[in-house]
Structure formats: structure tokens, C-alpha cells
Design a protein around this ligand. Structure first.
Ligand code: WT7
Length: 688
């Protein structure tokens, strides 16, 4: 890459400011864990070697119950849009519920833990889940007239009704698109419009840090904004947080809003046959941020997705039907779809859904839940682990739970935090898997197989069985394992969990994920289409992968992805703003936070009120998760001679690191001025 390109196309990437930890030694699983593990045969790696791809994916497909068995394991005729298990007919709701009834109908499928501790935990058995899903499916089919292939947007909080809604959609082949409950009405509107949903399913209210939040107000904003963008929502269906009582302050809109708990009365006892769906039919959309433009709808398939999450839940999460499994992610993110709902339920486990905040009302809350429900598998993100460690480093030992297995996901975990997780949360008894993957992938890409490979703090581990990572440099040369060099990590082969396309935008799908290292754009051979993950990584000589961070303009805040461009466009909705630039800044708990630089239009004065209004605009457009650490209103942005904002320089200033050579900038003097503004006169780094 030329110097010019370096300066202009790649600006601040997270990889450039990534932490570089020392290589840690191995930590071995206990004999006790190995004795009970689902996957203990090292030959699994030979069975799933690259030269046996794609045939080996049969092993995962065979964990499911098919109406009609598939005939083609992988159809590449439209590469890189693949079809797994072609010819097969299957239903995801049947696989997660009906097929377990004979053996497990009285076993808990879902433990719903409300945030208020004086509210009873709800234990939903597989039979009860079956009843609720059927009754709600009857509403979707008979009252709304929805059918296979229609899209429905869900904007639900962490409640038992969320998996009920998803599985009712899946029963009918309706494509669900769940929007993270913390996202704003505006963000929900974008997803309604993009997916073409006629209906929005929401809840009146939910608890967050002790407050019963009005959630219905977001539905009103979502419908108004969607209408402005040309999409009229026909009906809004509302679950009541307390059945029989409407708990939001926002009034119902006559003729549009319907209370599900009232509608259900006409559907008690209804039974809806699962629709036999082609394996490649879309199961759901999950929107995620990209480098440019609006969030993209990752389209996940029915058969492939379900096979992949079932297989990885069994081998990597080590889920048995007897386990009580708690993944503390939000179902509004992919982690929750794959590893709270579809994976664990497909394996007939008991899956915990917790409404609230892990540190509310105190640092012991999580461990009380674990103790009371006898949770033995725990799954969370480094952000939560850091927060729990900070507020209550000695809390876990006060409770008598025992985990056999723990997961970390979503961002790199510092070895020091890993060790606390291992020693204090896991009490030295639980194995840890550090799982690296993305919304696009459906399931894990890199992780250790817990009973086979030892753990290495700070490393995700090798590709999981059947996933074959490769690291390329910018010129397309392979960066060998053990070279100590970082590069762009790609996956060489297709896997059943990978998304099929970006909803309605095949070109963007190919461009974003495959164009860069494609060996022949006309090829129908998957070997010519390595999948670009967008992460930088280093592979050690032993094949363990260490993820350094994004190579594009995506920021990982609390393990969740935000596009810098998305935040910048939100800032630009404030009329006084001329230019906006977002850079990631390190944060003790969240990993990264967005720092926002603003240049105002000529003649406009910088005021604290204006900074507040800009911050508020971001919360309104995207949600509180995107709120910038600080809005820095600067007299001018550091720019190249061709006028491009140098985000790399701003990133260095925000993080108190070396700004490098700035003499080639059009306005080098501005760097010193902004540095003083951000770091203070003494040049104290923001991050100690
Ligand atoms: C990005 C994907 C699907 C998991 C939830 C986040 C980063 C994810 C790890 C990990 C280091 C990780 C990557 C990836 N990431 N897991 N174990 N170690 N980094 O999904 O919002 O689609 O974000 O999160 O940068 O590209 P997402």
C-alpha cells in the first residue's frame, strides 16, 4: 500500500491502537470437566479438515430433525451466496420445542428472571412453551394473515415473550427481525423500512436499573418515522409486562395498537402445525453496523443456521439437556439469537433470560441468580466481567453456585480480567472458552473445544472444528502462523451458520465480505471466495488466534458494533454541525467508547448546550449505547491536503498516544490546539 493510501483510505483503525499483551501460557481443563464433555475426541479436527469441506457439515445437520432430508450439502451455483442442505425441509420451532416434548415436556425450557427481586421467577416448561408459541402463532396466522416469507419487526426487551414471539414466527416461516430493545424508535424505524415489515411487535414496559421504563413510546416514534420514510406500519402488537395491566404512560393509538394479552383469549388451546420450510429459507434478519450507510440486515437461513448453532452449542458450549445455561447477552444481538434461544433450546437445555442490569441492585445479583437457579454454564462479555470485577471483586465467593463452563464473547479480554473470571467467578473449577465471531457468522469462528484444547488467556484459540481461518496481508500474501505479524483474518471455507446475503443488497454483501481477496469473481468454487471478517489478528505458532480489533470504521462498544459513520450522520442532523468525526477511545469497562469531534458551521459559537444537543441527537437517532464519551467542539479538523479528516490523529489525541508525523497535514497547528483541549495543558493522557 502506498503512503498516500495509508494516509487517506485507512485512518484510525482499532488494530492500530490495539493493546498488545504478552503471550500467556496454557491452562488445562479439569479431568472432571473432560469426563462429562460432549466432545472429547481430537479426531474431530481431522474429520473436519479443509479438504473434507463441505461434507463434514453433515455431522451438524444430523443433530436436527428433518421433515425431508436434504440432498445437496452445499449449493455454490450462486457463489458466494451459498445454500446449505438444499432439498431439505425443516422447521426451527419444531426442532426447538415439539421434538423435545416426548422426553422433556415437564422440564424448564426458559427461566425468566425479572429484574425486581421481589417478583417471582417464571419457569416455562417445554410444554408451556409449546402452548404459548402455538397460541401466539395462531394470532400471527389467523388475525394478521401473516405467512411464510413475510417480515415482522420485533422491538422487545429481555422477557420470556421474546423467544415465544421468535419461535411463533419461525413456526410459520415468518422472518423475524428483532431490534435491540435499547435502540431508539428512530433506529427501529430504519429496520422496519429496510425489512418491509407491516407489523411491529413490542412490549408496554420493562425494568432497567429499578425503573419501569415506558417502551411503547418508542413504538410511536418508530411508526411515525417509518411513515415519513414511506412505510406504514399496519398494526402494533403489544405484550403487557404484567398480563392484564397496561404499564406504559404512552396512550394506545386507536385502530393501530393491539394488546396481545387480550387477543390471546380467543386463541387459547389453538394448535398451529409447523410449516415445512426449505432449509435455505430465511429464518431471521439481524441488523448490524458497517463501514458506510445504514445498518445492514444479515439474512440467516433456517437449516444451516440451526444446524450450526446446535452443533456449536453442543461441542463448544458443552450443553446437555440436564444443564442450566445462562447467557447474559441480550436477545436483541446475534449472541442471544444463537446462544440463548435457538442453540440451547434445540438441545433441550434450560435457558435463563434475565431482564435487568447485572450490577443492579448490587454486585451480587448475578451470583444470586446463578445460585438460585443452579446455573452451571455461564456466558457473558468482557464488558460485564470488567464491571462485575470492579464493583464486587470478592462477591462470587459469597455464593454457592458451581459453573462447569464459562464463555467470553464480543471483544478481546485482557489476560488480567480473564484470570479474575477464571479464579473468582469460575472458582478455578470452570473452563473458559473465548469465542470470536460476528453477527454475520451465526455462530463461533474461533474458540477452543473445551475438553480437547487448553485455554490461553487473551487468545480466542484456533478455528472451531470445520472453520479454517487464514490471515492475509494487504497485498494478499498469506501471513504465516508464528510470524508475529498481524494481518486481515479471513475464513477460507463456507459454514452453515454464515449469513446468506445482506437483505436486499447482494452487491454490498459481495463487495464488503468477499471482493477483497476473491481469486476469481466468476468462480462457482467456494475456494475462490475467502470471507473477509474485517478484523486484524495475529496467529501464534500453535494456531491460536489473537484478535486485535477492526480494520474498518467500526467501533466495538461493550462488545457491540457501532459504525463511526452512523454516529457521524446522527451528529450531522444537528443543523449547526458542519463536520463530525468519531474515533474509538479506550474505556475501563466498555473496552471502547466513541469520542466525537465536531466542527461548527461558520459564525456559530461553541456552547455546552450545543454539545449536549449533539449528544442527545445521537441517543435519539441510534440509542443510548452510542452516546459519545465527550463531544469536542474544535475550531477545525486536522486534514490532509486533499481535505480528508485525519481520524487517526484524533484517535491518538483521544487515547493520549503518539500522533506521529503531522507535518504533511494541511493544518498541522490544529493538532497541538486540539491536544491541549482534550488532554489539558500538561498533556496528560486521557487513559492512564
Ligand atoms: C466483532 C463482531 C457475535 C459476538 C458478538 C459481537 C469483535 C467478537 C470477540 C472475541 C475479540 C471479538 C470482533 C468482531 N469480537 N468476539 N472473542 N475476541 N474480539 O458481534 O457486534 O457482530 O461484532 O466483535 O471485532 O468483528 P458483532
Amino acid at each position: 500500500m502506498s503512503e498516500k493510501e495509508k494516509g487517506e483510505s485507512i485512518e484510525t483503525s482499532e488494530a492500530e491502537i490495539a493493546v498488545h499483551w504478552a503471550e500467556e501460557g496454557f491452562v488445562y481443563p479439569s479431568a472432571q470437566f473432560i469426563a462429562q464433555a460432549n466432545m472429547t475426541d481430537p479426531a474431530v479436527y481431522d474429520r473436519m479438515a479443509l479438504d473434507k469441506c463441505p461434507e463434514y457439515w453433515k455431522e451438524y445437520a444430523d443433530m436436527l430433525t428433518w421433515y425431508k432430508y436434504w440432498d445437496t450439502i452445499l449449493d455454490t451455483s450462486d457463489a458466494p451466496c451459498y445454500k446449505f442442505f438444499k432439498g431439505g425441509l425443516i422447521n426451527a420451532s419444531y426442532n426447538c420445542i415439539d421434538r423435545h416434548l416426548a422426553q422433556y415436556k415437564n422440564k424448564t425450557a426458559i427461566h425468566f428472571v425479572p429484574e425486581p427481586e421481589d417478583e417471582k421467577v417464571e419457569h416455562i416448561t417445554y410444554q408451556e412453551l409449546y402452548v404459548r408459541v402455538n397460541e401466539f402463532a395462531s394470532i400471527l396466522k389467523n388475525d394478521l394473515g401473516l405467512k411464510a416469507g413475510d417480515r415482522v419487526t420485533l422491538h422487545l426487551p429481555m422477557v420470556g415473550e421474546l423467544p415465544v414471539t421468535m419461535l411463533a414466527c419461525a413456526r410459520l416461516g415468518i422472518i423475524h427481525s428483532q431490534v435491540f430493545g435499547g435502540f431508539s424508535g428512530r433506529a427501529c424505524a430504519d429496520r422496519i423500512v429496510d425489512s418491509g415489515s407491516d407489523y411491529l411487535i413490542t412490549m408496554d414496559a420493562y425494568y432497567r436499573s429499578g425503573q419501569l421504563q415506558d417502551h411503547k413510546e418508542k413504538a410511536d416514534i418508530a411508526c411515525d418515522d417509518a411513515a415519513k420514510d414511506g412505510k406504514k406500519v399496519k398494526k402494533v402488537l403489544i405484550w403487557q409486562r404484567y398480563p392484564g395491566k397496561y404499564s406504559a404512560k404512552t396512550p394506545l393509538v386507536e385502530g393501530r395498537d393491539l394488546i396481545i394479552n387480550d387477543m390471546l383469549k380467543k386463541h387459547y388451546g389453538a394448535r398451529i402445525d409447523p410449516v415445512q420450510m426449505p432449509a435455505e429459507a430465511p429464518l431471521f434478519l439481524m441488523y448490524t453496523s458497517g463501514t458506510t450507510g445504514k445498518p445492514k440486515g444479515c439474512q440467516h437461513s433456517t437449516g444451516g443456521f440451526l444446524a450450526y448453532v446446535t452443533g456449536t452449542s453442543k461441542y463448544i458450549q458443552d450443553i446437555h439437556p440436564t444443564d442450566v445455561y445462562w447467557c447474559m447477552a441480550d436477545i436483541g444481538w446475534i449472541t442471544g439469537h444463537s446462544y440463548i434461544v435457538y442453540g440451547p433450546l434445540s438441545l433441550a437445555a434450560s435457558s435463563v433470560i434475565f431482564e435487568g442490569v447485572p450490577t443492579y441492585p448490587d454486585a451480587g445479583r448475578c451470583w444470586r441468580i446463578a445460585q438460585n437457579l443452579d446455573v452451571n454454564i455461564f456466558h457473558t462479555a468482557p464488558t460485564a466481567i470488567r464491571a462485575l470485577r470492579k464493583v464486587g471483586p470478592d462477591e462470587p465467593k459469597k455464593y454457592t453456585y458451581h459453573f462447569k463452563h464459562m464463555t467470553t464473547v464480543g471483544e478481546p479480554i485482557e489476560p488480567e480480567v480473564w484470570k479474575w473470571y477464571y479464579k473468582e467467578v469460575g472458582k478455578g473449577e470452570a473452563i473458559i472458552v473465548d469465542t470470536w465471531w460476528q453477527t454475520e457468522n451465526g455462530g463461533f469462528l474461533c474458540s477452543t473445544v473445551p475438553a480437547i484444547k487448553p485455554m490461553k488467556p487473551g487468545s480466542a484459540g484456533p478455528g472451531v472444528p470445520g472453520i479454517h481461518p487464514i490471515v492475509y496481508d494487504n497485498d494478499g500474501n498469506i501471513v504465516p502462523a508464528g510470524s508475529g505479524k498481524a494481518g486481515n483474518i479471513c475464513i477460507q471455507n463456507p459454514w452453515p451458520g454464515m449469513f446468506q446475503t445482506i437483505w436486499g443488497d447482494r452487491d454490498r454483501f459481495v463487495r464488503t465480505y468477499f471482493e477483497r481477496y476473491c481469486k476469481n469473481p466468476k468462480s462457482k468454487d467456494w475456494r475462490d471466495w475467502p470471507y473477509l471478517t474485517g478484523d486484524a489478528a495475529v496467529v501464534a505458532a500453535d494456531g491460536y488466534v489473537r484478535i486485535l480489533g477492526r480494520i474498518d470504521d467500526v467501533i466495538n462498544v461493550s462488545g457491540h458494533r457501532l459504525g463511526t459513520k452512523e454516529i457521524e450522520s446522527a451528529a450531522l442532523t444537528v443543523p449547526e454541525v458542519a463536520e463530525a468525526a468519531v474515533v474509538p477511545v479506550k474505556h475501563e469497562i466498555k473496552g471502547k467508547e466513541p469520542d466525537l469531534y465536531i466542527a461548527l458551521k461558520p459564525g456559530i459559537k461553541s456552547t455546552p448546550e450545543l454539545a449536549k444537543a449533539i449528544s442527545a441527537a445521537i441517543v435519539r437517532e441510534i440509542g443510548a449505547i452510542a452516546r459519545p464519551r465527550k463531544v469536542w467542539i474544535v475550531p477545525d479538523m486536522p486534514k490532509t491536503r486533499s481535505g480528508k479528516i485525519m481520524r487517526r490523529v484524533l484517535g491518538a489525541i483521544s487515547n493520549g498516544t503518539d500522533v506521529g508525523d503531522v507535518m504533511t497535514l494541511a493544518n498541522p497547528e490544529i493538532v497541538e490546539l486540539i491536544t491541549k483541549m482534550v488532554q489539558g495543558e500538561e498533556g496528560k493522557p486521557v487513559i492512564p
